[in-house]
Design a protein around this ligand. Structure first.
Ligand SMILES: Nc1ncnc2c1ncn2[C@@H]1O[C@H](COP(=O)(O)OP(=O)(O)OP(=O)(O)O)[C@@H](O)[C@H]1O
Ligand SMILES: [Mg+2]
Length: 233
């Protein structure tokens, strides 16, 4: 569904991604794990077209999307939830959702306001509240919900559990498992290993812009040396 092939990305002269190859199959939840500064956000931004790779290719289904502008990549079916929650603070929850609404996309789950409220019951209870009056965790849910209103085929989540209270992390894990059941393809970046192990089918570990590990999530959990070498565990 989504594939990166030998992607190199620079910020100015700084070589950030050095030949990143990864694949997310249809309906899979894949975790991209790595420490601070490893290149997780840069990888997601490269997929989304927010930074242009210096070489390599990004494919969505049969289409090569490398170097396209972000709005075209979004239109092709990629939803992106950045690490800083970008909601409209002066709009209500429902108005925020309305902003994200796009026509249904063939072969993708179709989301309505009611369906995203089923996914995130906490949002349903505050549907008329202003975005600016929500907690960080609630804003994170709203950002994901608004992205779903675009009916994406693939959703990129940048550290969805970061900074959330434990009870909200659990709700987030449940929501991601629900997205998988709906048939959505998910690529998430994370540093939270227990969270990833609860939701992901497979994992990649990135360190200094290089993929160091690739395999089923359960196999990674059985490799303490790998976890110790590349993650903060
Ligand atoms: N706009 C930028 N200009 C220059 N260097 C950048 C820029 N954004 C990120 N970097 C550098 O690129 C490297 C990778 O950053 P990136 O944000 O992808 O890491 P990350 O894995 O998402 O980290 P974190 O867990 O802290 O979010 C870091 O060394 C960072 O300092
Ligand atoms: Mg990041």
């Amino acid at each position: 569904m989504l594939a990166l092939h030998e992607v190199h990305t620079h910020y100015g002269l700084a070589h950030i991604l050095s030949g990143v190859s990864m694949e997310v199959r249809r309906g899979e939840v894949v975790a991209l794990l790595g420490r601070n500064g490893a290149g997780k956000t840069t990888t997601l931004k490269t997929v989304m077209g927010l930074v242009t790779p210096t070489s390599g290719a990004v494919r969505l289904g049969d289409e090569e999307i490398t170097g396209r502008p972000p709005y075209r990549i979004a239109r092709a079916g990629v939803g992106y939830v950045p690490e800083d929650r970008r909601i409209f603070t002066e709009l209500t929850v429902r108005e925020n959702l309305e902003v994200g609404r796009q026509p249904p996309r063939e072969g993708c789950p179709v989301w309505t306001e009611d369906r995203v409220f089923e996914l995130f019951p906490a949002l349903a209870e505050m549907r008329d509240r202003l975005g600016g009056q929500m907690s960080g965790g609630e804003q994170q849910m709203l950002t994901i919900a608004r992205t779903l209103m675009g009916n994406p085929a693939v959703i990129l989540l940048d550290e969805p559990s970061e900074g959330l209270a434990p009870v909200i992390v659990e709700q987030m894990a449940r929501a991601i498992s629900e997205l998988k059941r709906e048939g959505l393809t998910v690529l998430l970046s994370e540093q939270n290993l227990p969270f990833c192990s609860a939701v992901s089918d497979r994992a990649y570990i990135i360190e200094k812009g290089v993929i160091r590990y690739e395999g089923p999530m359960q196999e990674l959990l059985a490799r303490p040396q790998v976890l110790e070498a590349y993650l903060s565990v």
